[in-house]
Design a protein around this ligand. Sequence first.
Ligand code: WT7
Length: 698
Amino acid sequence: MSNESISSTLQEHRLFAPPRAADLGFSAWHVASMAEYRALHERSVREPDSFWAEEASNVSWFGPWDRVLEWRAPDAKWFVGGRLNACYNCVDRHVQSGHGDETAIVWEGEPMGPKTSHPVPGSAYAAEPEIRRLSYRDLQIQTSKLGNALKALGVKKGDVVTIYMPMVPELAVAMLACARIGAAHSVIFGGFAPHAISERAQDAHSRVIITSDGGFRRGEVVPLQTNVEEAVDQLNNLGHIINHVVVLKRTAHVLPSQRFVSGAMRNGSTRFHWWHDVVSRASDACPCEAMESEDMLFLLYTSGSTGKPKGILHTTAGYLVYAQMTARLTFNLIPDAGQLFWCSADIGWITGHSYVLYGVLMNRVPTLMFEGAPNAPRNDRFWDIIARHRVTQFYTAPTAIRTFMKWGDEHPAGHDLSSLRLIGTVGEPINPEAWMWYHKHIGRERCPIVDTYWQTETGGHVVTPLPGAVATKPGSCTVPMLGIDAAIVNEGGEELPANKGGLFCIKKPWPGMLRGVYGNRERFISNYWSRLKDPRTGEPWYFSADGARRDEDGYFWVQGRIDDVIKVSGHLLGTMEVESALVSHPAVAEAAVVGMPHEIKGSAICAFVTLRPAWLINNKREPDDALKKELAAHVAGEVGALARPDQVRFADGLPKTRSGKIMRRLLRDVAAGVEKITQDTSTLEDFSVISKLRADEE
Ligand code: WT7
């Protein structure tokens, strides 16, 4: 984060008291005052065993656990000895307790609006959007059928199933079906490119992929199946055989090319099946596997500071206990109270895992899933959805809020948002201006805002206001979640005084914490557990890689990542990942990627590239805008559209320190326009002068 935004948060003194539950239509707050929060938090950290034992009673167990926690830092085992199943907890137990016919998922498809306003693919658009409601019983039947179908394809307990799907109810069914039969899911965001799929499937030793022929996004069809086919071929060349691909038919009616005969073989090794074929043959009786507390529930890949994404490993009991508690407390979820919760994140991110799916279903509150983009067909689609479905809690990202601000106040103003009782944000620091806009135009100055700070690795919220208890300040994620012993420390592990910037750490284990980086113990330790430790006992503390400060009221203000990852529109991207994609293009000799401030995205990608002269000559090319565009498109094709650089800049050479390290700080300053560089021609940047001046600083 820039100095400017840090100083603007320092000047931020507005305080918004928690509203009264009744004024918003809540029957009560789960935590109703700051005094109650303080007492609960204090107890949760002082007596974690009894605190978490109580929380564990909100989960249904097939067999009781006998120890709350075994902690040999950094390895935690929670609820040791217990047996349970995640799908049972989200689905079957609600059916068994007489709620089978209640709505679990409300889904709305993207295609909507007059045909004429849509260039592609016209025939799919209707005046009314497609809406589906799935009850807990529907989910029980569908997860059973798909679970049996997966077993018939050879999927066994402990296997990892890769899922690459659009935001359709079958995505939720696929994840829960895996959980039902004891397989772990590894969901890959539908915006990623074939290489990202093959890289993740290979790392996870995954042999089965569930996908869809396509997905609707902003009026276009995203060719998911084609991407999987490409990934399967790449894997085949590496000797990693994908045995089966299950394909949901979603867009076949507008994309007739995506037809195949079910059971057809590709490359002589991978069989493709239609979802509806394998499921129609399967029985709807499929018992929920009794898993051990620490059995893997899922992998979710996230970017790190090396080129390769890390498979963050979450296990069954701890994740479920933490997801249900944080969802309940942060969003004040209450069953049978007319609530409809909507988290607009894609399920391909942890936000969707915990707060579209697991945390919400665990609490028996219906969850809304929307397939498409906020501007399809018009810029008011989200507000239209909230008004038509009477959404009560809404959760989105700062980058989305900044986009809505730009689109104009008239879009939310034209809709009845009176059903909203609470609104939230996640993914990156929210600037006070965007917070105030959200408060005024969406929350209508009534709804509390929960700014939730957490990570893929934490499983659920770790710093957030509890809406009935904690007064909010625009731009601050406020105070630690119950059970979270968070602090701002220096490199020596000493806690820093108020308003001193330092490193965000968590000193005690919590049930939702990651259990590992799949197949890479060394990365697990070095990324999270080696930088900070208790100066007295030497015990490692969890380090989130974020810089933050705590103000005089104990409120946290997250300043942003201090490692080589960038938050682009709230999505983490490793600079190395983008650099590897760039150097895989034959024109590129060397590349350095840095983040630069961006009004809407928070950060955008700026790539500095040196070219291969021989390639330019042989291909009769110039270092011009066309080549910049080609390189940007190459990155999008290798990683996914969200990694497409906003700027590609050609340089003579990259600025390096005496020891040969790229001077990233200098490049960041250049990208932000803080530092000017000379250009020897109109196209190539010359760092020689300033890099000499600054060589000692880096
Ligand atoms: C990183 C984690 C957590 C789900 C989505 C992102 C940043 C997240 C906030 C917030 C300031 C935030 C941090 C963190 N971040 N929420 N409320 N305020 N920063 O998960 O992709 O694992 O990213 O997102 O930098 O380390 P993720």
